[in-house]
Write a protein of this length. Structure first.
Ligand code: HEC
Length: 127
């Protein structure tokens, strides 16, 4: 039912409302993908597990989750997590970080499927 509403709304509504209506489809898929990340990442700000909190990570400077003191490859990172950077990192964290700053990232999980990466990024945008 949501999908029908989405198609309808996309044609009729512009701007913020439109984005809010269109994203849930992929964000919902992303929530499932995020099950793979949950062991190491929380979505609440300031709550850290093996990995840093991912609250507000999209658009944020890499390696700067407040209060997370265990960065390895991302320590001192000089890039921002825009969609392109996240697509690269999630596909192959080790290669991505090595190419960026020569360090070894401590995150090993790879999301090989492009649609999984896109969906989880959509999901993360909402947190
Ligand atoms: C086995 C634990 C583990 C899993 C599973 C894991 N991560 Fe990570 N993640 C980490 C660690 C540790 C870091 C910090 C890496 C570093 O500093 O080198 C990290 C860093 C990140 C960052 C950068 C955060 C920042 O503050 O700059 C993002 C984004 C991220 N992970 C996304 C994900 C997503 C999305 C998934 C699921 C598809 C995932 N991770 C699965 C451990 C994990």
């Amino acid at each position: 039912m949501k999908r029908h509403v989405t198609a309808f709304a996309t044609a009729a509504i512009v701007g913020a409302v439109c984005t809010a209506v269109v994203t849930p489809a992929t964000a919902a898929d992303g929530e499932k993908v995020f099950n793979k990340c949950k062991a190491c990442h929380a979505l609440e700000a300031g709550k850290h597990k093996v990995g840093p909190s991912l609250a507000g990570v999209v658009g944020r400077q890499a390696g700067t989750a407040e209060g997370f003191g265990k960065y390895k490859g991302l320590e001192g990172a000089d890039w921002v997590w825009d969609e392109a950077a996240l697509m690269g990192y999630l596909e192959d964290p080790k290669d991505f970080v090595k190419a960026k700053n020569g360090k070894r990232t401590s995150m090993v999980l790879k999301l090989r499927k492009e649609e999984d990466r896109k969906a989880v990024i959509e999901f993360l945008k909402q947190h």
